[in-house]
Design a protein around this ligand. Structure first.
Ligand SMILES: [Zn+2]
Length: 317
């Protein structure tokens, strides 16, 4: 198989185990963690996060992919200590989403500048931590259409992916025609791209999931658990059964090789209260039981959570 960059070093894909492919240790808008209202001591952050990762490990979880970009509270030293404490492999991201989730510092950066930054974080390390990024996060910023900055980030990500062999994970799969055009211009195999959030309550009906898969892209049903059944559902929630039926329909149409699933939960959110009652462990507590109840066999579950993530995360040489 191959290897994957985790925050504590390269790991063989065979050691990844069950993978949560799009999650967050703690995501926030740029600067929100500096607000007195939302201030968190390191002790609070550990207290909120460690039990969730320990439970993930006890349920049989192996690898937690942190899809938090450069501008949104990513903290590699903290991730390294969390991984050491809990035994969970953590994969960190380079890259970021544009618009109001980006820091002004990076907004004017050229494609070449961003590419060099992403490549450095993948091949040398993030800052002086020694921890390397294992994935590149990009996304479509608010508005539903890719902006000029979004396109610059996508192009830099494509070049960094080609140089380093790590995959790209997108926030949203709307306006995929523009994304795919950039990846094709750069000569990137779409198999290296996971088009995320095809299942969220706001965007699912604007997302051409089967078309993207037909072009070769991988598809992320990665907002499982944000459902209208929650006591205080977020605006992107969706009825549980709708999402599950959508997922089963997609697999049933012959796209099992292309699919990945996750919960996009925050262990300890930054600058917002988070969504009560939703954690990464939704995968074990609800999703896998729901799949079994729907007649999905164990080989298919292994394919979704073990084999497909390993093939996507493996560094291509
Ligand atoms: Zn996310």
């Amino acid at each position: 198989m191959g290897t994957v960059n985790t925050v504590l070093g390269a790991v063989s894909t065979e050691e990844l185990g069950l993978v949560a492919i799009h999650e967050h240790i703690g995501y926030g808008m740029p600067g929100s963690e500096l607000d007195t209202k939302w201030w968190k001591t390191p002790e609070q952050a550990y207290e909120e996060t460690v039990p969730k990762l320990r439970a993930f490990h006890e349920f049989g979880g192996g690898t937690f992919v942190d899809a938090t970009g450069i501008c949104n509270g990513r903290d590699i030293d903290y991730y390294r200590s969390l991984s050491a404490k809990t035994g969970v492999h953590i994969v960190a991201s380079t890259g970021f989403v544009g618009g109001d989730t980006a820091l002004p510092f990076f907004e004017q950066a050229s494609v070449e500048y961003l590419e060099a930054q992403f490549v450095h974080e993948i091949t040398v390390g993030i800052g002086t931590s020694g921890g390397r990024a294992g994935i590149i996060k990009v996304g479509v910023s608010r508005g539903g259409r890719m902006t000029e900055l979004d396109k610059r980030i996508y192009r830099a990500a494509a070049r960094a992916s080609l140089q380093t062999g790590v995959g790209i994970l997108t926030h949203l799969a709307i306006d995929a025609e523009n994304a795919i055009a950039i990846f094709e211009e750069e000569g990137l195999d779409l198999d290296r791209v996971l088009f995320g959030h095809v299942d969220d309550g706001v965007n699912f009906d604007k997302t051409r999931d089967t078309w993207i898969a037909d072009q070769g892209g991988r598809i992320g049903f990665d907002t499982f658990g944000y459902e209208t059944e929650l006591p205080d559902p977020p605006f992107w929630a969706r009825p549980r059964k709708d999402r599950l039926d959508h997922f089963l329909r997609f697999i049933g149409a012959g796209y099992l090789d292309k699919v990945l699933a996750s919960a996009d939960a925050n262990c300890s959110p930054l600058g917002w209260p988070g969504v009560k009652g939703h954690t990464v462990n939704y995968i074990f507590e609800q999703l896998i039981p729901d799949l079994r109840a729907a007649g999905v066999d164990e080989a298919t579950i292994t394919k979704i959570f073990v084999e497909n993530p390993a093939s996507f995360l493996a560094i291509q040489n």
